[in-house]
Design a protein around this ligand. Sequence first.
Ligand SMILES: Cc1cc2nc3c(=O)[nH]c(=O)nc-3n(C[C@H](O)[C@H](O)[C@H](O)COP(=O)(O)O)c2cc1C
Length: 258
Amino acid sequence: MDFLKLIDHHRSIRKYKAKLVPEEILSKILEASLRASSSGNMQTFSIIVTKNKTLKKRLYKLHFEQDMVLQAPLLLTFCSDFHRMRLWLKESQAPDNFDNFMSFMIGAIDAILASQNAALSAENEGLGICYLGTTLANCHKIGKVLNLPENVVPVVGFTMGYPDEEPSLRDRLPLKGVVHYETYNNYAQENIHEIYAEREKNGFERYMSVPHLREKILDSQVKNLAQIYTKIKYTKASHIKYSRTVLDCLKDQNFFNQ
Ligand SMILES: Cc1cc2nc3c(=O)[nH]c(=O)nc-3n(C[C@H](O)[C@H](O)[C@H](O)COP(=O)(O)O)c2cc1C
């Protein structure tokens, strides 16, 4: 597909056919992820490809029981990984400066760039993907299931397989609401609705069309999309909890020696 068409066509896929992804297509997708830019070309990330049903069942629980984890033939987990690099440094008698937060971030950026290359490459092969924010929210437990050594932390993941749905395109904020030329052009509080206008309408309708969310929205007397985001989806308590999970995971995984 034409590259810009491919990008414009993107939508997250949450329902998959049982059809397996041929090995040669999977290899092409994984190779594409390796072509992403990376800090110093160190490629401080690892990709865990999960096909095994027993492992997927365990991961399904940690991904908040999102059905697509069981349904999709493949689950890819992209990790910030300085373990491999540190082994190489040790063998080469090179000083090791990578057991700190900066290193985690470098590996996380590498992993995220690699993941998006893989996502686009998968879509180019007629496959669908859906990212899983639960990868970071449960990074510690997912890391244990995946047998990750020190200095490896899961950052993003996605399900992948042949789509069994054709969802409509989700809206995006307008370009002028996101791009700033030369320096940051701050928003006026009173005009902020202009940027979110389409989102407010589409997003609210979308959540109201999902029966269990509709019930929650009506029960909690939430009145608009912004309130759905922070009273239902991303509450203060949940964000504090997951922040603690990530920080503890970084400490345990030896990424916190300042
Ligand atoms: C880091 C990240 C985490 C996400 N986590 C989830 C998730 O756990 N479950 C889900 O259904 N969608 C998840 N998504 C998909 C987003 O909801 C989706 O990309 C967004 O609503 C825009 O829709 P589109 O991808 O179809 O354009 C995630 C996306 C990203 C980038």
